[in-house]
Design a protein around this ligand. Structure first.
Ligand code: ACM
Length: 771
């Protein structure tokens, strides 16, 4: 009897849990398959379930074992392998090769019924992707590295026919700026495979470090893999720049690389190595100065970021060296494609070099761009002669593209479009959609990043074949996310920046073209994040965050709308400065404000929010510039009175800049009103040539002509030190005025010793607050 009760409660529990799971799963596949039909019911895996693989399909054994091992680890189910099963067998997972499937080399067909699961693919790679889908159809706990109890191991009934849109579905990782350990490279490859991505672009050489062992040139790693110290903070944060005084180094031995390549192959990930040339080569020049145009110069491994003028000299020593290096690279990496860089190669050294100028004449070239083209074409010839092909950044189009090169478009999509029109293959990695080193949320609250702003929903919007004719679209091999690591010193930080934006890239790369639904993606993503929790991925949780948008109601009152990508959680908020709890007011509609207010909020998903909103007399009022800012900046003349006060020197887009002139605006309040206080902020980023004004005059007028009550203030600051925001406040106590004029005096040319000495400086200002 007791036994019966137990088994009865077990049956009930299983039923209940599978019900819960069916509720939650809703086919949270990521990337979502090309063709999908859901059904009723589910296939239940239990102690009797067999995985069937016949002897003729032995090629699939590693893929099948990876599936059964993953499932066994989490479920503790025995999952025996069988080599045959009758056609009517139930409770089986049948995996088989089917060359006639018609879904390409990466496609698969997955049929889940209550009786059985059938997975078919033309290749082991296709079967591997089918297995990834099957794992994602199971409860997320299947990704647990340790046994999980009380889970119903069920797969919802469905029919899937799937194949990728693009053959190149990649992620790049820059290990030059910061070395990343082998264990992390493998984890990165795991995460690529989880997303059905198939290319790991490994950026192995940089100004700041050479990371690949080359037997013939040991100094590349003895000298070139180490830099003596590293810049502290953002490139433009400190004036003068600060350094940490700590050596940073690391490289991958050839044995480690072979191991990683083999590991990647097991996950159907091709590694495309990048050996940069002719630019970004300071580390190689530090090791072998004779490869530069000025061997006696004293080249060093770079300690800060940016584009360096030290580049390979196009002499015979350099070509011999690069061919030797590439020969070792070919032996390590079976990839058809080898990335040769080609980006950001300043021509200063070549302009000053007698050798280069003679070479330009001898080869009858027009200029240094054609010299770079000669360089790349010569390398391409060598690479092609070994049966491989080159990929280069879009600068390789300048001066004439090498005949067989694939172009990686990074400076927006322009280069890629141009290359496709020239009938060259293209990989789209535009910084506007694919640079995962850009900020993904408000820079004021994020870990330091290089700059830019690329939130998840913008990445997801991207269509790699936009603006191309049907014929040109054929040249787009695919898309890739780029992870440059200047500001990512650790694997945890790489994970934070890469995911989940790379999940959006994976879906674009795999899914068919056509309309996209971000809401649907973000719902699936929430389950997908739990899979990454099991893999201990430090992804950004911004999808759960609250963001504020301001608007005005019909009465002209400021309203704050709280938004989030996560549609399930609830928001609770306060406006009295107290910390919100779930007993605070639930957010249901925009919050109307009538005075300066700090809104604090939390969500039931654990996100926190705090922002101060400024209500002031100049809000929404118009103004005129004496010297307009650059074209395209503040064109609608609203930025300085939009109620959103710039919060951080990290965020370019918050500030209005005027270069080389005084910053002068006259603001019209519409009618004569009391004015007690006028305040504004100026930015100080000395490294970037953004200087606070020498002085600021704030004047009031009733008629717009006579500004009598002007208050002049000097702006005091130290040139040295970190970037900063400097407030200026003019206290008028009881004045009345219609017009407010602000005249900020430009600091004049940058002083001696500054990187831009003698050049005009910029004033950057934001939000004129009138009380
Ligand atoms: C690049 O971001 N310089 C390719």
């Amino acid at each position: 009897m007791k036994k019966n009760i137990l088994s009865l409660s077990f049956v009930f529990l299983t039923f209940f849990l599978s019900y819960l799971h069916a509720q939650e799963n809703n086919y949270n596949l990521l990337p979502f398959p090309a063709q999908f039909n859901g059904g009723e019911g589910q296939f239940v895996l239990n102690a009797q379930t067999k995985i069937v693989l016949t002897a003729k399909d032995a090629l699939l054994k590693p893929v099948v074992l990876s599936f059964s091992n993953t499932l066994k680890t989490a479920s503790s189910l025995p999952l025996t392998l069988a080599t045959a099963a009758p056609a009517t067998a139930k409770n089986v997972v049948l995996v088989r090769l089917n060359k006639a499937l018609g879904l390409g080399t990466e496609g698969y067909k997955l049929l889940v019924s209550q009786d059985r699961v059938i997975l078919e693919a033309a290749t082991p790679q296709g079967a591997f992707y089918g297995i990834q889908t099957l794992l994602q159809l199971l409860p997320v706990e299947v990704f647990s590295p340790t046994p999980v109890a009380n889970v119903a191991w069920t797969v919802p009934v469905c029919q899937i026919q799937d194949r990728p849109r693009f053959s190149h579905r990649g992620l790049m990782l820059d290990v030059g700026r910061h070395f990343m350990p082998v264990s992390f490279i493998k984890k990165y490859i795991d995460l690529l495979a989880l997303h059905k991505m198939n290319v790991f672009h490994w950026h192995l050489t940089e100004d700041q470090g050479w990371r690949i062992e080359i037997k013939k040139y040991p100094k590349l790693t003895q000298i070139g893999s180490k830099r003596k110290e590293t810049l502290v903070g953002h490139y433009s944060e400190n004036y003068p720049q600060k350094f940490d005084g700590k050596e940073h180094g690391g490289f991958y031995t050839q044995a480690e690389i072979k191991d990683i390549v083999k590991y990647a192959q097991s996950k159907y990930v091709t590694i495309i190595p990048e050996i940069e040339m002719p630019g970004h080569s300071s580390a190689a020049l530090a090791a072998y100065p004779e490869l530069g145009c000025e061997p006696s110069k004293g080249y060093e491994v770079a300690t800060k970021w940016g584009v360096m003028k030290d580049v390979y000299c196009p002499n015979e020593k350099t070509f011999t060296f690069l061919q030797d290096v590439l020969t070792e690279v070919f032996a390590l990496f079976p990839s058809k494609y080898i990335h040769i860089g080609g980006d950001e190669c300043p021509k200063d050294a070549w302009k000053q070099s007698e050798f280069c100028q003679d070479l330009i004449k001898k080869l009858k070239l027009k200029d240094e761009h054609e010299l770079q083209s000669y360089f790349i074409k010569r390398i391409e010839k060598f690479v092609n002669s070994k049966g491989r092909a080159i990929i280069g950044w879009d600068e390789i189009l300048e001066g004439g593209v090498a005949p067989n090169a694939t172009v990686m478009s990074w400076r927006g999509t322009k280069g890629g479009i141009e290359a496709a029109k020239q009938k060259h293959n293209v990989i789209m990695t535009p910084n506007t959609y694919c640079y995962l080193d850009y900020y993904q949320a408000n820079p004021a609250n994020e870990p330091l990043a290089i700059g830019g702003y690329l939130p998840l929903e913008k990445v997801y919007e991207y269509n790699p074949t936009a603006e191309l004719s049907a014929d040109e679209q054929k040249y787009i091999l695919g898309i890739q996310g780029n992870v440059w690591t200047e500001y990512m010193p650790t694997p945890a930080q790489v994970e934070y920046m890469t995911f989940p934006r790379a999940s959006a890239i994976a879906e674009i790369a795999w899914g068919p073209s056509g309309p996209k639904n971000f809401e649907d993606f973000s719902t699936r993503l929430k389950t997908h994040l739990k899979r990454m929790d099991y893999q201990k991925v430090n992804y950004s949780k911004r999808i759960l965050d609250i963001r504020a948008v301001t608007q005005f109601n019909n009465q002209g009152q400021l309203q704050v709308r709280l938004e989030k990508l996560d549609s399930d959680s609830k928001i609770y908020y306060t406006t009295d400065g107290k910390a919100p709890t779930t007993s605070s007011t639930e957010y249901l509609m925009p919050i109307t404000l009538d005075k300066i207010t700090t809104v604090k909020a939390i969500t039931t998903a654990g996100a926190k929010f705090e922002e101060k909103f400024f209500i002031h007399r100049a809000k929404g009022k118009s103004y005129t510039y004496a010297n307009p800012p650059a074209e395209g900046v503040d064109t609608d003349k609203k930025k300085l009175t939009d109620g959103q006060v710039a919060q951080s020197p990290r965020n370019n887009s918050e500030w209005v800049r005027i270069n080389g002139k005084d910053f002068e605006i006259t603001l019209d309040l519409g009618e004569v009103r009391p004015v007690t206080k006028v305040s504004t902020n100026f930015l100080k980023i000395i490294m970037n040539n953004v200087f606070p004004p020498n002085s600021v005059e704030i004047g009031l007028s009733r008629d717009g002509e006579n500004f009598k009550e002007a208050i002049v203030q000097p702006v005091k600051y130290q040139l040295e030190g970190p970037w900063d925001i400097l407030p200026v406040v003019a206290d008028f106590k009881t004045a009345r005025a219609r017009y407010v004029r602000i005249r900020a005096k430009n600091a004049g040319p940058a002083p001696e010793g500054h990187p831009s000495a003698g050049r005009p400086t910029t004033i950057a200002m934001d939000e004129v607050v009138v009380d």
